[in-house]
Write a protein that binds this ligand. Structure first.
Ligand SMILES: NC(=O)c1ccc[n+]([C@@H]2O[C@H](COP(=O)([O-])OP(=O)(O)OC[C@H]3O[C@@H](n4cnc5c(N)ncnc54)[C@H](O)[C@@H]3O)[C@@H](O)[C@H]2O)c1
Length: 445
């Protein structure tokens, strides 16, 4: 039976209204975070449009094509409005959001200046940081020394005071901090009891991002991971999310080169064209690039970037087309480029009778400009998921991620068009609308 039939059989949930303010908490207030917050402030002032945001601009078709009924998503499901958002977060640097936005250098100085007043008010809380997990950077704004459990409790205090200070009725958290080094789940991640014992003993296998995630889940706050490292995709934290009825999502924002890959690869596969090689390289010069210059952090990114192509092409089903593909991904830190990344893809493909062809993609993108609307959409949807009573991994949010989280044992769906269909069908299901299968035989009866 198809997954849409399964969903159809589930009762329509009751969605709690989006009353009051939604507080968005962000560990890591660098380029992505400041571009996101500045953007929301600019949109609220009517200075810009929410380009790139599905929740703000996309529509959803309801019923038959002949019904001509396609409301905006934000008018169809009850989402928090931009006016009701409050922002807070943590960083190892103590610059406020205005200073951090200028430092990141993504946005035009005049624009940042005109948003100075709301941005200046957002000051990062002191961070939980560990140089073993993020190398190459150091900052002064750190929590006093203590056990990992002490740090988790200090973060919970921060969450409580942020909620009281802003008068938020609901919260959601998203990691926009640097990429941590590559780790696999260990015994300490196995279940909640081992994890909590590990926090008390300051087990070296528990990363700072996991301490933030634990604090969020303990406080009933949905958590998303915008970076590729291990965080809530460990059994203990997944169990906690399910037990406490909290939605989680991840990981690694799907922007730039991998976004392109998930557009092009499904197209080649749909026409049964072969791929013998895919070489991707890019240069970027922001702080993210500096951290990714460390081999441990790059390994987290590489794993996340490599997995998408393999899952889309399914070499085990199509060995003659994709069984011998050479896939290579490189990221080079090159300071002059700042946030204005440039990516090159060389794709070696073959067609009828095995004749070879090549595709070259040169994407001059702006990393944080592509990521900022995803932060908004993920936060609004995670809050919606919580008000809908959904818990644990939110696979319907795969659309936003390079390495989508799934239930254990289930392979992730990377094809962006399948992901979008799944997302919209989930919204239809939430509202008791018929799912759209695109069968369409009724038009020809
Ligand atoms: N921009 C994109 O398109 C994109 C796409 C996918 C993933 N990402 C990921 O998003 C994250 C943010 O990217 P960015 O360009 O804003 O990077 P950035 O370097 O500008 O910002 C990250 C910030 O996190 C802070 N930080 C690091 N460890 C911390 C901790 N333990 N607690 C609190 N703060 C901490 C750093 O001081 C820095 O200010 C990175 O992990 C990046 O890999 C970005």
């Amino acid at each position: 039976m198809s997954s849409s039939s399964d969903a159809e059989m589930k009762d329509t949930p009751k969605i709690q209204p989006a009353e009051g303010k939604l507080g968005i908490l962000i560990p890591g207030m660098g380029a992505v975070t400041t571009t996101f917050i500045a953007g929301v402030e600019a949109i609220k002032l009517g200075m810009a449009k929410p380009i790139g945001s599905l929740t703000q601009l996309n529509t959803i078709r309801l019923g038959k094509r002949t019904d001509n009924n396609s409301p905006k998503i934000k008018d169809f499901v009850p989402l928090a409005s931009l006016e009701d958002l409050e922002f807070g977060g943590w960083d190892i640097f103590d610059q406020n959001c205005y200073e951090a936005a200028l430092h990141a250098g993504v946005l035009d100085k005049h624009l940042v200046e005109s948003l100075r007043s709301p941005l200046e008010k957002i000051k990062p809380m002191s961070a939980v940081f560990d140089n073993d997990y993020v190398k190459r950077i150091n900052g002064p704004n750190l929590k006093p020394k203590g056990s990992k459990m002490d740090h988790a409790e200090a973060l919970m205090d921060d969450i409580r005071s942020f909620k009281a200070r802003t008068g938020s009725s609901r919260l959601a958290m998203i990691w926009c901090g640097s990429t941590e080094v590559f780790h696999r789940p260990q015994a300490v991640h196995h279940d909640i009891a081992s994890f909590e014992a590990g926090l008390t003993k300051s087990d070296p296998e528990i990363s700072p991002s996991q301490i933030y995630a634990y604090a969020a889940l303990k406080m009933g706050v949905p958590y998303a991971n915008g970076a590729p490292h291990l965080t809530v995709d460990a059994p203990a934290l997944m169990e906690m999310a399910r037990e406490r009825c909290i939605p989680i999502a991840g990981k690694d924002f799907k922007t730039g080169q991998t976004f392109m890959k998930t557009l092009v690869a499904p197209g080649l596969k749909s026409r049964m064209l072969g791929v013998s090689g895919w070489f991707s390289t890019n240069i970027l010069g922001n702080r993210d690039g500096e951290v990714l210059d460390d081999p441990g952090s790059f390994k987290s990114k590489e794993e996340s970037k490599l997995s998408a192509l393999e899952q889309i092409l399914q070499p085990e089903l199509y060995p003659e087309l994709y069984g011998d593909i050479h896939h290579k991904v490189r990221i080079e830190y090159y300071k002059p480029r700042g946030d204005a990344k440039e990516g090159w893809d060389n794709i070696d493909i073959f067609g009828w009778l095995g004749y070879p062809m090549q595709i070259k993609i040169n994407f001059l993108c702006r990393d944080s400009i592509l990521a900022a609307p995803l932060v908004l959409d993920i936060m609004l949807f995670l809050d919606l998921a919580q008000r809908t009573g959904m818990k644990g991994v939110q696979e319907w949010l795969s659309f936003f991620f390079k390495a989508p989280m799934t239930a254990p044992g289930l392979y992730p769906e990377h094809d962006i068009f399948i992901q979008l269909m799944k997302l919209k069908n989930t919204l239809r299901w939430m509202k008791g609308q018929n799912l759209i299968t695109h069968l369409g035989l009724e038009y020809y009866d």
